[in-house]
Design a protein around this ligand. Structure first.
Ligand code: ADP
Ligand code: MG
Length: 287
């Protein structure tokens, strides 16, 4: 519609200088509007994220607060009995058990709140401070895997890196490590329940003259379409009960499409596995 209007304006402009000036101002208005919309969109998504964080942290803090209040009541009762010289051995034993369980719940929930804050810091941190470095992609992926070795061995996952040696890229290696590590951990945590021979393949290669591709594929349970559709959304997790924050893929997406200047695509077939395909520039600085 806007295009048509502009075309119409364009025709008149050929013969009418006044109309030309109008087209020009319409175009700059359009550009200004677009800029405002982009800015609004950024603010809206940041606002959503902040609201999400507040909501998520509220739950563990609420549980911790309730438990602390409860322990205070128990403690006052025991103190009363003690002061009146009426404290029975059994009551003391029961109190110690309750205290133990209460502290376990307190610690667990405070840890969860701290985890959420750590993840949120990763989402929002200013990344411009990391220095560019040139790394051998295959060797670097191997280094990243070493840091995950305990997890990989514990779950008996066969991880293979496949690609040409000496494929060098200039990038922000710390961020790339975070991306690869997150995707490998996700495969192990989410993909392999009941899978007999869990495998992860990290395939790297050139993609055209100035890009590389990294495909991280698992032979796990895959994701149904509704999970795939939301996988990159902040706070979307199918493992909330066992400590998932749902920020992992959101962070991965932000890092790849932001500072790493790449693309990321997800393909998953339930019952067969999941593949994340990433492309990156050979030289971030040179783009
Ligand atoms: N390799 C995978 N295989 C199957 N499901 C996955 C895989 N990676 C991610 N998922 C799904 O995507 C969801 C979001 O992942 P993520 O953002 O990392 O959050 P979290 O790991 O905290 O659940 C997971 O809860 C899981 O359902
Ligand atoms: Mg995750």
């Amino acid at each position: 519609m806007v295009f048509r209007t502009l075309c119409a304006y364009g025709a008149i402009a050929l013969s009418n200088a006044a109309a030309y000036a109008k087209v020009d101002s319409t175009l700059s208005e359009l550009r200004a509007t677009q800029g405002r919309l982009v800015q609004q969109e950024k603010h809206a998504s940041l606002g959503q994220l902040v609201a999400g964080v507040a909501h998520e942290i509220n739950t563990p803090l609420g549980v911790a607060f309730t438990m602390a209040t409860h322990l205070q009541v128990e403690r006052d009762e025991i103190a009363q009995a003690f002061n009146a010289n009426q404290l029975k051995r059994l009551a003391m034993e029961q109190f110690l058990d309750k205290l133990n369980e209460g502290l376990r719940i307190l610690t667990g929930n405070l840890e969860r709140a701290a985890d959420l804050i750590r993840s949120f810091k990763q989402v929002s941190a200013d990344r411009s401070s990391e220095a560019l470095r040139t790394v051998d992609l295959g060797a670097y992926a191997g280094d990243v895997l070493k840091s995950l070795d305990p997890m990989i061995r514990q779950r008996r996952v066969a991880v293979t890196i496949d690609g040409p040696p000496g494929l060098a890229i200039t990038t922000l290696p710390g961020l790339l490590a975070q991306v690869v590590s997150n995707l490998v951990q996700n495969a192990i945590v989410h993909g392999f329940a009941g899978v007999e021979r869990p495998e992860i393949l990290i395939a790297i290669g050139r993609a055209g003259s100035d890009r590389v591709a990294i495909a991280i594929t698992d032979n796990g349970n895959g994701m149904p379409p509704d999970v795939q559709a939301k996988a990159f959304d902040p706070f979307f997790t199918t493992k909330r009960d066992s400590g998932g924050t749902g920020l992992g893929l959101h962070i991965v997406h932000n890092l790849v499409t932001g500072p790493l200047q790449g693309t990321i695509d997800l393909a998953s077939v339930p019952g067969h596995g999941t593949r994340f395909l990433i492309t990156l520039p050979v030289d971030v600085a040179g783009r």
